[in-house]
Design a binder for this molecule. Structure first.
Ligand code: DGL
Length: 283
């Protein structure tokens, strides 16, 4: 079983692409909807919450967990990979439990899209302040100029299902104009938050024709496919029953109503609690 984690509904855009590319596996989605958004929270809090979620998904039988959230990938992934997983491997005598994020595969792909070498990153305040995108893009493509724009209102609009309304247009236009004012040579705008594909149509309407909008779903799915091909031992732990189950820290009814907007089909979720007890056992 492959675990997919997000602070809320955004990871469903990644899950959809992953299931399109790799329909054979079993998936367990966990949305921490009760504590979303993560984008305005501190490093410590995002790390703690993300660790609790990873631990929970491991306990359900997932060997591989994808942090389908840029904020969690930016603020928690490195600590989990470098500090928590090695301790777990030592305790279990096996390294067959892994956590992957969405930033690395996106950064690797970005060089293939921009022609001007000017990339814009639209993301949550947390992802922007982490500097993850400029730092990681700079390592792989030192010539690419990266401009960031925090869009603090976008995730709340989507999580509250207000993104389709006219009021959302103002905030969409505001952040797109701001980033293009900072660098008019941008030819690729990266939607560096897994919620943002839901605003893609509105973003497109206020973006000049020559600017490409880049979502992460297919990039992450192709990268996962490649990763599983290169890690046969881990791949064998991913059961293949083509199922998908959903967990949420919010109420099951609330999740079902909003998740359907992302998936296009009815969704049944099970409520779970995440707490500090769960995180403790990873360390
Ligand atoms: N989907 C998450 C991301 O990619 C949203 C973060 C949030 O909860 O603010 O960053």
């Amino acid at each position: 079983m492959i675990g997919i984690f997000d602070s809320g509904f955004g990871g469903l855009t990644i899950l959809r692409s992953i299931r399109r590319h790799l329909p054979q596996y079993d998936y367990l989605y966990l949305g921490d909807n009760a504590r979303t958004p993560y984008g305005t929270r501190s490093f410590e809090v995002v790390y703690e919450y993300t660790l609790q979620a990873v631990q929970y998904l491991f306990a359900q039988g997932c060997h591989l967990v994808i942090l389908a959230c840029n904020t969690a990938s930016a603020k928690a992934l490195r600590s989990i990979q470098q500090r928590d997983l090695p301790l777990l491997w030592q305790r279990e005598g096996s390294s067959l439990k892994r956590v992957l994020g969405v930033i690395r595969p996106t950064v690797e792909a970005i060089g293939g899209y921009t022609h001007t070498g000017h990339v814009g990153v639209l993301a949550t305040p947390g992802t922007v302040s982490s500097g993850s995108y400029p730092i990681e893009i700079g390592k792989l493509y030192p010539d690419i100029c990266v401009t960031q724009q925090a869009c603090p209102m976008w995730v709340p609009l989507i999580e509250n299902n207000e993104h389709g309304n006219a009021g959302a247009d103002w905030f969409v236009q505001k952040y797109v104009h701001e980033i293009l004012q900072k660098d008019a040579a941008i030819d690729t705008l990266l939607l560096a938050c897994t919620h943002y594909p839901l605003l893609e149509e509105k973003i497109r309407r206020v973006t000049p024709a020559g600017v490409r909008l880049l979502s992460q779903g297919d990039i992450v799915a192709r990268s996962l496919e490649d990763y599983l091909m290169r890690h046969a031992g881990l791949e064998r732990t991913c059961t293949q029953g083509a199922t998908c189950r959903y967990l949420t820290t919010e109420s099951e009814e609330r999740f079902a109503a909003s998740a359907a907007i992302f998936t296009g089909t009815p969704v049944t979720a099970r409520h779970i609690e995440l707490g500090s007890g769960a995180a403790g056992s990873l360390r």
